[in-house]
Ligand binder design. Structure first.
Ligand code: URQ
Ligand code: ZN
Ligand code: ZN
Length: 479
């Protein structure tokens, strides 16, 4: 049985046009007019609405074991919530524990993710360098379709990489045609500042941003960029939250280096005042890393997104309920880091991006779906409304309004960082590989219906970077 979405306006990253979209067997089969359909075809009337590629969230942590607990939204609840908000694919992170091999961790995450309600794939974090790491990276690329490796420069004593691990891993990723990404905060300095702030008697959530000032993110972003340049590998900087990190990315990009920047929807609209709220619970629920910043950083991040210095939006969805956050009741360094976001990203970016004139609808599609698909080499399978693509589609009603609240959200977490935010422009249908999984408030998510998808190495951008590096290399790149 097919699905026809008619009378809508297709919005791709490159252009908008009126057309009907017919899907069958999980794929987009026809984009056009007067499409012949069988009598049993399901029909959605998208009059007055947009037909867009389903959102792709390049940064989630479903059920992540972290800081002595585990993120409360798992691969079932987190992906069901994603569908309710118009996101149809996630890229989650395999993060090996201290004694885990990469392949053991990959198997663990694969088991967990088998209950997903939407399609998923993985970045794999390299958290240490052993005699087996290089071989395991090769197996992950060649046999499991992993083409991106993550590196935490923060979280000393947990998963922090030093420069030697970064260099070794970047070298191997380059050989394999994989892109590398970094969580850019100088973990050594965070550790020192945490100790200094606690010694000064500050134990509340306000200590969190004070121990991770923007310059600590800027230093790590620049260091990661320079190591990537030295090696000659494309780099993706996750959750860019502040001006110093944005400046480092901008310097690299304007010098011709292949560096991508990601910004979280929450860092675009929430500022550091949340940490000084008199309600401990409210402040603690905003503890994530990098922290929320002073207001001037939001304007710069929006300009970076509009200006092409930042390419993708994500959520870093890593949810902990109040009881879990209270693990840090007397010590802010023990508050599990992470917030919600996967359900609300598209509405927040539309409300604060398109409705304010910062982004066109086409740019909205680019930064919520298409750019991620291109960077991680899953385009045009995902990220575009075109014949042959996966039928991952969101029908978007620009006049539909909703107020975000933990009282009504689908996620398990008992707090929403966007509480009370009114959004005009929301998903009214979400289709995952041709099946309607969300329809006008009714969630029809089915655990296990999401599928893992592989991503090939050596994307076009990667190959271009290789050529550029052969000709320019670090010694010739003018600063
Ligand atoms: O650092 C991350 O991306 C993970 C551990 C989620 N937590 C966070 O605060 N960003
Ligand atoms: Zn991170
Ligand atoms: Zn993360």
């Amino acid at each position: 049985m097919g699905l026809l979405i008619k009378n809508g306006k297709v919005i791709n990253a490159d252009r908008s046009f009126n057309a009907d979209v017919y899907c069958e067997d999980g794929k987009i089969v026809k984009v056009g007019h007067n499409i012949d359909i069988a009598s049993d075809t399901e029909v959605i009337d998208a009059k007055g609405s947009y037909i867009m590629p389903g959102g792709i969230d390049p940064h989630t942590h479903m059920q992540l074991p972290f800081m002595g607990t585990e993120a409360i939204d798992d691969f079932e609840s987190g992906t069901a919530a994603a569908l309710a908000g118009g996101t149809t694919s996630i890229i989650d992170f395999v993060i090996p524990g201290a004694d885990d091999s990469l392949l053991d961790a990959y198997k663990t995450w694969s088991d967990w993710a088998s209950k997903s309600c939407c399609d998923y794939t993985f970045h794999v974090a390299v958290t240490k360098w052993t005699d087996n790491t290089a071989k395991e990276m090769e197996t992950l690329v060649k046999e499991h379709g992993v083409n991106s490796f993550k590196h935490f420069m923060a979280y000393k004593g947990a998963m922090m990489c030093d420069d030697e691990v970064l260099y070794n891993s970047f070298e191997k990723a380059k050989e394999l045609g994989a892109i590398v990404s970094i969580h850019a905060e100088n973990g050594e300095l965070v550790d020192r500042l945490q100790k200094k702030i606690k010694a000064a008697g500050i134990t509340g959530p306000e200590g969190h941003p004070q121990s991770r000032p923007p310059e600590i993110e800027g230093e790590a972003a620049n260091r990661g960029i320079q190591i990537a340049l030295t090696v000659g590998v494309p780099l993706y900087v996750v959750h860019t939250s502040c001006i110093p990190a944005l400046q480092a990315i901008t310097r690299a990009r304007t010098a011709g280096q292949t560096v991508y920047g990601e910004v979280l929807s929450q860092h675009l609209v929430i500022d550091e005042s949340v940490y000084y709220n008199k309600d401990w619970r409210f402040a603690a629920h905003h503890v994530m890393s990098p922290p929320f910043r002073a207001k001037e950083h939001q304007a710069a991040l929006w300009a970076g997104l509009k200006g092409g210095m930042l390419q993708t939006t994500a959520t870093d969805n890593c949810t902990f309920c109040t009881e879990q956050k209270e693990m840090g009741k007397d010590d802010f360094t023990k508050i599990p880091n992470g917030t919600n976001g996967v359900e609300d990203r598209l509405s927040v970016i539309w409300e604060h991006g398109v409705n304010t004139g910062r982004l066109t609808p086409n740019e909205f599609v680019a930064v919520t779906s298409t750019n991620t698909a291109k960077i991680f080499n899953m385009y045009p399978k995902k990220g575009v409304i075109v014949e042959g693509a996966d039928a991952d589609i969101v029908v978007w009603d620009p006049n539909n309004t909703r107020t975000i609240s933990a009282k009504t959200h689908r996620q398990k977490v008992d707090f929403n960082i966007y509480e009370g935010m009114e959004c005009k422009g929301n998903a009214i249908y979400t289709i995952s590989r041709g099946v309607v999984r969300y329809a006008k408030g009714e969630l029809k998510a089915v655990s296990g219906s999401g599928k893992y998808f592989k991503r090939a190495p050596f994307s076009e951008d990667f190959k271009a970077m290789q050529r550029w590096y052969e000709l320019n290399g670090p010694e010739k790149v003018s600063r």
